[in-house]
Unconditional design. Structure first.
Length: 164
């Protein structure tokens, strides 16, 4: 019995250093999650369906895309807002976390605007349409195909009539 107790105590002593290693791994992950970057930019386009904001940087002028998750904090003039309240031309301060492949926004703040939040929600959103409509396929190909098919069918029916 004494040997069994000694083996159990020895096993517990050997396992305790491994539990510390696991705790250190989670601490490293937690500190990595909290790293965030700040970015000031002007809104070029808001893709509401994809929840993506296209912005031009205030300093360098490079154009970047950011994904805005459902839980992102968006404030306009200090009031809580939605993604559809952001307009083209707004200058914003973006707080992002570069943890994943797709850069995710944690917080958007639009400090100064001319309109109040209720006016922004009531105002129509400008949708940018393409300048020229894309050229579609010509209908002549389908007409030629149907004419060729009708000629082939007529030939097959004529051959059957002659053979029988």
């Amino acid at each position: 019995m004494k040997k069994l107790l000694t083996i159990c105590v020895l096993g517990v002593c050997l396992m305790s250093p491994f539990s510390d290693v696991k705790a250190q791994d989670s601490i490293l992950e937690d500190s990595y999650i909290t790293t965030q970057e700040f970015f000031e930019a002007e809104v070029m386009r808001v893709k509401r369906a994809d929840r993506v904001v296209v912005v031009r940087g205030a300093n360098k002028g490079d154009i970047r895309e950011f994904f805005v998750p459902e839980g992102a904090e968006i404030t306009i003039k200090g009031k809580k807002a939605r993604l559809r309240d952001i307009r083209k031309g707004d200058v914003m301060l973006i707080t992002m976390s570069p943890k994943t492949e797709r850069i995710t926004i944690a917080k958007i703040r639009v400090p100064e605007t001319e309109m109040t939040l209720t006016e922004r929600r009531e105002a129509p959103v400008e949708e940018v349409l393409p300048a020229v409509l894309p050229q579609t396929a010509s209908s002549w190909y389908s007409i030629l195909f149907l004419g060729g098919f009708a000629a082939f069918l007529a030939t097959v029916l004529r051959i059957r009539k002659v053979v029988s």
